[in-house]
Design a protein around this ligand. Structure first.
Ligand SMILES: NC(=O)c1ccc[n+]([C@@H]2O[C@H](COP(=O)([O-])OP(=O)(O)OC[C@H]3O[C@@H](n4cnc5c(N)ncnc54)[C@H](O)[C@@H]3O)[C@@H](O)[C@H]2O)c1
Length: 334
């Protein structure tokens, strides 16, 4: 039942993969939502289910005046906009820093000036860097392995500053690997799914022993909505994750299992930073994480939230979506 009672919420990056699911869930629960997005990686099509109920403002989070004008009159801001490309953050770290850190500071400053009551700040598992112990709780050391993680961590520190000095609750949500319909093309699951549809063998770099934590986008959206309902005055970082590790090899087996035995898995021996000879245009990321498994216990304690969509069910849902949207996945976002 809708119960957000016409709460006015602005979602930056609301036309993106996660943002559009967050928007849909909020609208279904009765919120009045504005999307603020520059459409650099987002799509109007992502909002087609709710387009009649959503106001869309095309704008850049770096344009403080436009952002501030858009935020005026909203009670809550959900900040999902970011630059996520890992190769780009390595080659152009100042660009990454500007969008992710300065962009977040703009959002926080505009929220203070416009009297917003609370903020959600989409952060990332990348703030932790290499796992020193698993599952990683929010108290795990913060040593990002990529500039992207550093810019997201820096955004969290600004969020903390605004919360302390201006008294505005800001929850930084450290998403693990989010998957599901409308995902962008780039990470290992998406490469496997596209190759499955193209009836090509799945290519695993190395032995595929790296462990990853997958959380379905509908669970992420549900957590965002729960948080909006239960804001208090002490925001704290929260992992948004399954708490379960899946190796890249196991992931490949799950995807190959959907082919009724027609697709094999092959291993390619390439070093981090090298290009694949088997998957055109694909580079093995430098400074890759070995293990990433985040504990969702704090989110469970605070919100009673637990992920509900299992990995295989979520993969099937994403594959169904992909079959109708294959033209969206032409360029790697890495
Ligand atoms: N996808 C994941 O697994 C994952 C994991 C960890 C963290 N995150 C975080 O979740 C958030 C959403 O990521 P996503 O996967 O949906 O990515 P996405 O690229 O699909 O969405 C980002 C959205 O932000 C918009 N945007 C980018 N720069 C902008 C700017 N300067 N001004 C206004 N809008 C801008 C894009 O057009 C897009 O709609 C990001 O903050 C990201 O860092 C995502």
């Amino acid at each position: 039942m809708p119960d957000l009672n016409n709460l006015r919420i602005l979602v930056t990056g609301g036309a993106g993969f996660i943002g559009s699911h967050v928007v849909e869930d909020l609208v279904r629960q009765g919120a009045r939502v504005t999307v603020y997005d520059d459409f650099s990686s987002g799509y109007r099509e992502n909002l087609k289910e709710v387009q009649a109920d959503v106001r869309i403002v095309e704008g850049d989070i770096l344009d403080f005046e436009a952002l501030s004008n858009a935020i005026a009159g909203h009670q809550i801001v959900s900040h999902q906009a970011a630059q996520l490309e890992i190769i780009k953050c390595i080659d152009h770290p100042v660009h990454d820093l500007t969008i992710n850190t300065a962009g977040t500071v703009n959002v926080l400053q505009a929220c203070i000036e416009q009297g917003v009551e609370a903020v959600i700040n989409a952060s990332s598992a990348c703030v932790y860097g290499q796992a020193q112990s698993v599952p990683e709780a929010e108290s795990h050391p913060l040593k990002p392995n990529w500039p992207y993680g550093a810019s997201k961590l820096s955004a969290e520190l600004y969020a903390d500053y605004y919360q302390r000095e201006h008294g505005i609750p800001v929850y930084s949500l450290r998403y693990s690997i989010v998957f599901g319909s409308r995902e962008w093309y780039g990470r290992v699951l998406t490469v496997f799914l596209k190759r499955l549809l193209e009836k090509k063998h799945l290519v695993v770099f190395g032995d595929g022993g790296q462990q990853r934590d997958f959380v379905h986008v509908s669970d992420v959206a549900r957590l965002n909505t729960l948080l909006v309902r239960r804001f208090n005055n002490c925001g704290e970082p929260l992992n948004v994750s399954s708490g379960t590790g899946t190796s890249v090899r196991e992931l490949a087996e799950k995807v190959a299992g959907l082919s009724q035995g027609t697709i094999d898995i092959v291993h390619e021996s390439i070093q981090p930073g090298e290009s694949s000879a088997l998957v055109e245009g694909r580079v093995r990321l430098p400074s890759e994480l070995q293990t990433m498994i985040l504990s969702p216990n704090r989110a469970t304690q605070l919100l009673g939230w637990k992920p509900q969509v299992g990995l295989l069910d979520g993969i099937v849902e994403e594959l169904d979506w992909l079959a109708d949207h294959i033209s969206r996945w032409t360029r790697f976002k890495v």
